[in-house]
Structure formats: C-alpha cells, structure tokens
Design a protein around this ligand. Structure first.
Ligand code: ADQ
Length: 481
C-alpha cells in the first residue's frame, strides 16, 4: 500500500508516562494490539490517527517511534457519558452480544452519539485535508474506522464534499447479531446506513458478515447481493468481508521464552507446585462468562473432593468500564462468588482454591501464566473473536507446554480452532464442570499436539495478515473491483 493511512478509533494510541530519567510526564505510544499491527504499515506510508483523549489539548502532534500525526477529539464529560458509557456500552454492546444483558434505550444518548460521531468526522476531514496538502504523498489517504463507537462516521464523511471520494473502510470488533435483534434498536436504519457508506465493511467471522447482509436486506428494499458485495439501490457497491483479527504471533512466542518470562514462570511453578492450574484472563465484563466459570469450578470441587487441594483456579480480571452500573454490579457478584468458594473449600493451613486478581498484569507475567496453565478457560457467553485464546496457544507452543484450551462455542475464535480446542457451552454450568475435569484428563501427548496445531493456525493468520486483507478489501471496494 502506498496511500497514507488515517485510522479513526475511539482512543488515541498514546498514553502518558513518567520519564525515568527526570521524572517528567511525557507521552508514549501505547502497546495495544491495533497499534502494534499497524506500525509496519504506517512506518512505510505514514498517516494520521484520530481518537478521543480526556486531555485533548495536551496531546502532542506526534510521539517518538510512531509515524502518525495525532488528532485528538475533545469531548465534554456529558458527551463521554452519553456516547461512550451510554449508547456505546449500555445500548449497542449488550444488544450486539445477543442480549446477555438488557440494553438500555435512551434518546438523549443517541443524540449525543450522533453529535460525537460528527465531531470525529469533522476532525477526520481536517486530518485528511492536512494529509493531502503534505508534499510527501501524491496519493489520497485511506480512512479506516474502527468499531461500534463510530458506526455513523463513514456516512458523515461520505456526505462532506471534501471527503466524498476518499476510500473508507469500517471494521466491527464485536459480533454482529442476527437481524431480529438489530431490529429492536429504534435507530437501526441509521446505524446500518452509517456503515454502508464505507467501501468495505469488515467482520471477524462469516456468520457476523451474513447477519449484517441479512439485516440490510430485511431493512432496505431494493438491495441485492453479488458475491461478497451488497449492491445498493443508488448503484453503489459495498464489499462485506470476514477477516478474523489476530495477534503478532512471533512477538508473543518471543515474549513467552524471554528471560523475564522464564523468571516469572519459575516463581509461579514454585508457588503452585503439586497443583494443576486452571486459568481465566479477561476484562471484567459480563460477556466473558466469569460467573458461570466460577460456578462450574465450585460444582467441580463439590463433586470431586479428591481434586480439592490439587487444583487451583487463577482468574485475572482487568478492571473495565467501572463507570457503568452493570460492570460495578458484576464485580460485586464475582467477588462474592470467589469469597464463597474460598470460604467453602479452603483447608486450614492450605492455600485458597481461587486466586483472583482485579488488575492488569505485565506482559511477562501474563505470558508466564499462559505457560503455567493446565487448562485455559476461555468461556465467554459471546465474544467477537477473543485474543486471549490466541495468545495462550502461542505462548504454550513456544514454551513446548501441554495445556488444554477450553473454548466457548460463542467466541469467534472457535472457527479457527475447530476440533483442537475442548468446545464448551458456557450457559450449561454443570456441563462446563464436567468439561473442566475432562480437559484435565486429556493425555499429555494429545494436549501437546493440539496446542501445536492451534499455534500453527494462529501463525498462519496473524495480525499482519488481518491488516493486509482489510486494507486490500477497502482498496478493492473503492475501486469497484
Ligand atoms: P476484548 O473484549 O477486550 O476485545 P480480547 O480479544 O480477549 O477481548 O482482548 C483482550 C486483550 O487484553 C488481550 O490482548 C489480553 O492480553 C489483554 N488482557 C486481558 N487481561 C489482561 C490482564 N489482566 N493484564 C494485561 N492484559 C490483559 C474486543 C472484542 C474481542 C476482540 C477484540 C479485538 O470484545 O472479541 O477479539 O476486541 O478485535
């Protein structure tokens, strides 16, 4: 690709840090997956990144080591409440995750969502203008909009004279639900129209893509499909594609065998000596199935007294969206459950069965836990993809470990891991408790073979492939090919 790349995402890829040399506050590129994935592209072609920051005025134009111009969108607290905590996370998030929680419908949030999407579109138009004027590029930039916070931005850009001809792509990182669920949203037409203004709309899986295409067909008369394109009544074609996101597999493999990870792992092996380890790593989100998982652990310990003292369950839960009531309630419920299990099954003088962390951990610690785990429990009730599963198999394979992956049928990742994972239905708590036991009992050679096969699948379709496939689809969609 030779066009400069303009990324539009809820957050900017930078964070504040203290300079170790003089203790001053500085800005640095953050270590998020999207930034890592796009780094090789923007190193080559340059570009811009548009995103929100709560200190918009303080964000520098650029940071060291990241070849993009930063454009911060400043939002008031009320806008963040309505657009982010409200419409994005209390309306769209639960609805698009198959109603695992009740969506809240609030007209004020919807209006704020529209206003904020417009603010993003305007800042993007300004960034495009600057990129066009720059002498470094002869080609028009390509705009790539990320996720459910910004579903109206493609159409807003299409309707501005200065940006009408720009190649625009949109990628949805969460599931796209069946049309019957989308239909519940009073503003479903506007949201779909917003996305349809892109040249290409990307999803993790064929099922989400097909759900989107069916919703468009049901809601807009006169729409036809041709291969992976939707033909709109006005003659435009929109390419709808399925590209599963992934991780930087080589970087994770390297991290898993680094000296720092090995040192962490040695400590953990000592701490958990004589016990098999079950592991959960998630943002603390009700879609991730953490409560069902804990209940399955409790049933397992209740049913099989021999396992008590011989297995430990480690749950690493990253704090998430704690401005939203449902997330605060979930934290209370999870912590109550952990307390109950430990209260029931801890023996005097012995360690607790459930180790619970409400915090993020370092990359090295995370990799060490992935290597330590005998069974990795990825049991979301619904999940667009789930990168934890991909990180786990990559770290295990790099360290020649032989753990098992217990994977929900409702995570996008199940499509790539097929029969190599232990498939589960997380809604069936009792069934989950039996599957935990059978995952522990799989023969070691079988577990090792499966881990290697899953890691190979991740290596073949890593995050760089995802970026390349997405950008190529946007180009083809724009060129009408
Ligand atoms: P998430 O719902 O955040 O992402 P996931 O894909 O699993 O879910 O990514 C979580 C990331 O956070 C992983 O890279 C993981 O390493 C990291 N992480 C989790 N716990 C951590 C901890 N305690 N400490 C440090 N890091 C931790 C959304 C969608 C997913 C989709 C992604 C990408 O919900 O379905 O896979 O976007 O599109």
């Amino acid at each position: 690709m030779t066009r400069p790349l303009v990324v539009v995402a809820n957050r900017l890829p930078v964070s504040r840090a203290t300079d170790p040399a003089d203790g001053r506050l500085t800005w640095q590129a953050s270590a998020g997956g999207l930034v890592t994935a796009l780094r090789p592209v923007v190193d080559e072609v340059g570009g811009a990144w548009i995103g929100y920051d709560d200190d918009a005025a303080g964000v520098p134009d650029r940071v060291d080591g990241l070849n993009v111009d930063l454009h911060a969108v400043g939002l008031s607290r009320a806008q963040v409440r309505g657009y982010y905590h409200g419409f994005s996370n209390r309306t769209v998030w639960p609805l698009f995750h198959d109603l695992v929680a009740d969506p809240v419908v609030d007209r004020r949030w919807w209006h704020t969502y529209q206003d904020v999407n417009r603010a993003f579109a305007e800042v993007t138009a300004g960034a495009l203008e600057r990129a066009r004027q720059s002498e470094d590029h002869d080609e028009q930039p390509l705009v790539w909009i990320q996720d459910y916070h910004l579903m109206l931005v493609p159409e807003m850009l299409r309707n501005m004279a200065s940006t009408a001809d720009t190649p625009v792509g949109f990628f949805l990182h969460i599931p796209f639900p069946p049309p019957e669920l989308v239909a519940r949203l009073p503003w479903r037409d506007q949201l779909l129209q917003g996305m349809l203004a892109a040249d290409a709309v990307g999803f993790h899986t064929v099922r989400y893509r097909d759900n989107f295409v069916r919703a468009v067909q049901q809601l807009f008369p006169g729409v036809t499909t041709l291969g992976d394109s939707i033909a709109l009544p006005d003659g435009r074609h929109v390419r709808c594609v399925a590209h599963p996101i992934s991780i930087d597999a080589d970087a994770f493999a390297e991290l898993a065998t680094s000296a720092a990870t090995e040192a962490e792992l040695a400590d953990l092996r000592e701490q958990f000596a004589g016990r098999r380890v079950l592991l959960g790593v998630d943002r603390l989100d009700y879609t991730k199935g953490i409560r069902h998982r804990l209940q399955a652990i409790e049933l397992l310990l209740e049913r099989e007294p021999d396992l008590r003292g011989k297995v430990a369950f480690v749950q690493i839960a990253v704090p998430s969206r704690d401005d939203v009531k449902e997330y605060r309630d979930l934290r209370t419920e999870v912590e109550t459950e952990v307390g109950r299990i430990n209260g029931r099954f801890t023996e005097p003088g012995h360690d607790v069965p459930v180790h619970y962390f409400y915090r993020g951990v370092s990359r090295e610690q995370l990799a060490a836990y992935y290597r330590l785990a005998d069974v990795m429990c990825v049991t979301p009730l619904k999940d667009g993809m789930n990168l934890v599963a991909k990180e786990f198999v990559t770290c295990q394979a790099a360290g020649d470990e032989a753990g098992a992956l217990l994977l929900s049928e409702f995570a996008g990742a199940i499509l790539e891991f097929g029969e190599q994972a232990v498939r589960c239905n997380p809604f069936d708590v009792e069934g989950l408790s039996y599957l935990l036991a059978s995952a522990l009992e799989l023969p070691e050679t079988e577990r090792r073979r499966r881990i290697q096969a899953m890691a190979e699948a991740v290596r073949e379709r890593d995050v760089y492939r995802w970026v390349a496939d997405e950008l190529a689809a946007i180009e083809r969609g724009h060129g009408g090919i």
